[in-house]
Write a protein that binds this ligand. Structure first.
Ligand code: GLU
Length: 480
């Protein structure tokens, strides 16, 4: 009766008792890469035998999360639909005396040495004498994890069980059940744990959130995939490993179980942010604008128009996931201008969700403290002088010349001159440049109300002459 393992087949077997977290997603990814590398099947099995703790909302979260990451399965099973199959094998174990019923169903532990060759950890030995008989089902219709997993891995012809190291202590129990039923054992590969920066098991304490939360926070699936792939695996192996950027295609090509490390993998959120910034810069401006729009709407910076009639004006209950098109904004931001704004931030953004905070100065009236206008040790008088100078120069520039390039050309020499030490000749001491900040800092603050922003010339081009002068005047007013 033992079915031969003909093909390479792997699975991810999440229990819907919580949302899809990074550990399960990484396990799913490694299984997926392994299957696709060998042109074979990756199976999703929802392990919902724990009826009290399983919840369909988590099942949806897991499915949505995997789909969003692009980890698509070839077959889908749900354990709660397979009760008859488990019953058949339970009866077999009861009839052969390997199991007995005493309220619940127990497996009779033969108390022996169990050995298996783990593809990552090497030879693993357990003495099953160290634990007692163990439960395998509540009753014939309600199997428990260690039993159901053995039956399913066999029935689904799973060739390799690739899963988290936290399951290693379950493996001897599963092997004992396989032996009692005369089933072939799959190959095992237990992945290293994911650890927080303090080297303890990654948890919510470390800010770990569900995969869908990463999506809502403005991470891209490409970034998470690349990041997760390197949690315990590296293309080269060994210390000379400097390649970090991989597309899914490249990962499929490069992936191998041999290059998975034994030691825990450290989760570093800054690294994830770095990957995300990288992938944000790879996006086309159209795509990035489309992705930023819901966040700008959520921040109240632009207004949506829904595609569907079902969302009436006022858009109560609006969620960033819904469909919309951008019609207009408080400030009549046409999409061309919106794209320009976003392109300025594309270089700096680490998360799509930052777009509101980064760009709100384009959309809102500014409010900032006058002290922000001060560059280094500038006096009040010097700040006023700089602002007056800016007003004079900018008001003389024709509206059509309000381009970043022209503004830079005009303002840079002025900034250079404004920054010369008092009494020094026109071009400063030999080899020294003037402190341009004296003119450019108040300009940046007047236009943005912020200490850090993209180039003030680029910002001025988008704001246009009228608004630029309005903002300079406001700065003059509060600087007094
Ligand atoms: N259902 C188990 C879990 O969610 C996985 C079992 C396995 O991979 O063998 O952790």
């Amino acid at each position: 009766m033992s079915a031969k393992i003909k093909k390479l087949r792997v699975r991810i077997a999440p229990s819907p008792t919580g949302p899809l977290h990074i550990g399960t997603a990484r396990t799913a990814l490694f299984n997926y890469l392994f299957a696709k590398k060998h042109n074979n099947s990756f199976i999703l099995r929802i392990e919902d035998t724990d009826l009290e703790r399983s919840d369909s909302k988590y099942e949806k979260d897991i499915i949505d999360g995997l789909k969003w990451l692009g980890i698509e399965w070839d077959e889908l099973y749900k354990q709660s639909k397979r009760t008859k199959t488990y019953e058949k094998y339970l009866k077999k174990l009861l009839n052969s005396g390997h199991a007995y019923e005493n309220e619940i169903i127990w497996f009779k532990n033969p108390k022996k040495k169990v050995v298996f060759d783990d593809l990552i950890r090497g030879r693993v030995e357990f003495d099953s004498g160290l634990f007692d008989d163990f439960s395998i089902a509540k009753d014939l219709k309600t199997p428990l994890y260690n039993f159901a997993v053995v039956i399913d891995d066999y029935e689904m012809k799973i060739s390799h069980v690739i899963r988290g190291e936290d399951h290693i202590s379950n493996t001897p129990k599963q092997i004992l059940i396989q032996e009692a039923l005369g089933l072939p054992a799959p190959k095992y590969a237990h992945l290293p744990l994911i650890l927080g920066p303090d080297k303890t098991k990654l948890s919510k304490r470390h800010g770990a959130v569900s995969i869908i939360d990463y999506k809502e926070q403005g991470y891209l699936p490409e970034a998470l995939i690349n990041f997760m792939a390197l949690l315990g695996w590296s293309a080269q192996g060994g210390p000379k490993n400097d390649r970090e950027l991989f597309s899914v295609k490249e990962l499929i090509k490069e992936f191998s179980l041999e290059k998975i490390q034994k030691g825990g993998a450290i989760f570093n959120i800054e690294k994830l942010d770095w990957f995300n910034g990288h992938y944000i810069r790879q996006l086309s401006l159209d795509k990035l604008t489309e992705m930023c729009t819901p966040y700008l709407i959520e921040n109240g910076l632009i207004k949506p128009e829904f595609k569907s009639e079902q969302y009436p004006p006022g858009y109560g209950g609006y969620s960033i996931k819904e469909e919309y098109i951008v019609k207009e904004t408080k400030e009549k931001i046409e999409s061309k201008k919106l794209k320009k704004i976003i392109s300025l931030e594309q270089k700096r953004m680490k998360k799509i969700s930052e777009i509101g905070e980064l760009t709100e100065f384009f959309f809102k009236e500014l409010k900032y403290k006058p002290s922000l206008l001060k560059w280094k040790d500038m006096s009040k008088k010097e700040i006023e002088e700089s602002l007056n100078k800016l007003e004079k120069i900018l008001s003389e520039i024709k509206e059509k010349d309000f381009t970043a390039k022209k503004l830079e050309k005009i303002l840079m020499p002025e900034a250079e001159q404004t920054g010369q030490p008092v009494g020094s000749p026109r071009f400063g001491e030999a080899g020294k440049t003037g402190d341009r900040g004296k003119l450019l800092w108040p300009l940046r603050v007047a236009l943005t109300g912020k200490k850090a922003s993209p180039s003030p010339f680029e910002i001025a081009e988008i704001l246009k002459k009228e608004k630029v002068l309005k903002r300079i005047k406001y700065a003059q007013k509060i600087a007094k």
